[in-house]
Write a protein that binds this ligand. Structure first.
Ligand code: ZN
Length: 218
């Protein structure tokens, strides 16, 4: 029987949930809201930043950044690679007792590469969120200082700031939902590009109103 890797993965995901993987491990997590939280097993810490979402079967550490699904967690906790994890878990759900064949192994490699790309994106996404927070504070300060020097004109930086502020805040909230895995990956990508657009808009404004070094920041 030559099952596709996607089918094997979908069967594992349907039959082995992340809570089972945790129960079999030495991890001690507490329920908080919809999620479970606890000390991260992958880096040393004193305050819990390891979070598991049982509905979505995903985990994420806000300290060291590791994240993934039940298969990745099983692999990490058992110190094996994703391919070995798939092979072991597929036996458990009654699929194959055999090792993965060559085609399936290649599929695992592709799958891991996709995961890597996703991980890199997630890192960029996080950075974008914090960059936007800083940019917001900077623009606020700049716009405030602008007010003390110039009377408010129709297109002053202050007016532009107040106009753009609502969009910026809304976007930050949406990005934050992504950081908490409350939205799906496709949406995260869309918000990331929206965020890039916002950054470009602010950059254009800064070009139009270059920093004036006599501005007081009070
Ligand atoms: Zn961690």
């Amino acid at each position: 029987m030559n099952l596709s890797l996607n089918y094997i993965i979908s069967q594992i995901k349907a039959k082995v949930d992340i809570v089972t993987v945790i129960e079999e491990s030495p991890l001690h997590l507490r329920k908080r809201g919809r999620n479970f939280i606890g000390l991260c097993p992958f880096h040393s810490e004193k305050t819990p930043s390891f979070s598991v979402n049982p509905q979505k079967n995903i985990f994420k550490c806000f300290g060291c950044g590791v994240s993934g699904d039940q298969i990745n967690l099983y692999a990490r906790l058992n110190h094996i690679n994703n391919g070995q994890a798939i092979s072991q878990l597929s036996k458990r759900v009654g699929l194959t007792g055999k090792k993965l064949n060559k085609k399936q192994r290649l599929e695992v490699i592709k799958w891991q590469e996709d995961k890597e790309l996703e991980k890199k994106f997630t890192q960029k996404y996080n950075e974008m969120f914090y960059f936007l927070c800083e940019l917001r504070d900077y623009m606020k300060e700049r716009a405030g200082a602008y007010k003390t020097i110039n009377h408010i004109e129709k297109d002053s930086l202050l007016m532009c700031y107040y106009h753009a502020k609502a969009i910026h805040e809304d976007l930050l909230n949406r990005l934050l939902a992504g950081l908490h895995d409350e939205i799906d990956f496709e949406q995260q990508i869309a918000y990331f590009y929206a965020a890039k657009g916002v950054v470009e808009r602010w950059e254009k404004l800064l070009e139009k109103y270059p920093p004036n070094y006599s501005e007081s920041t009070e």
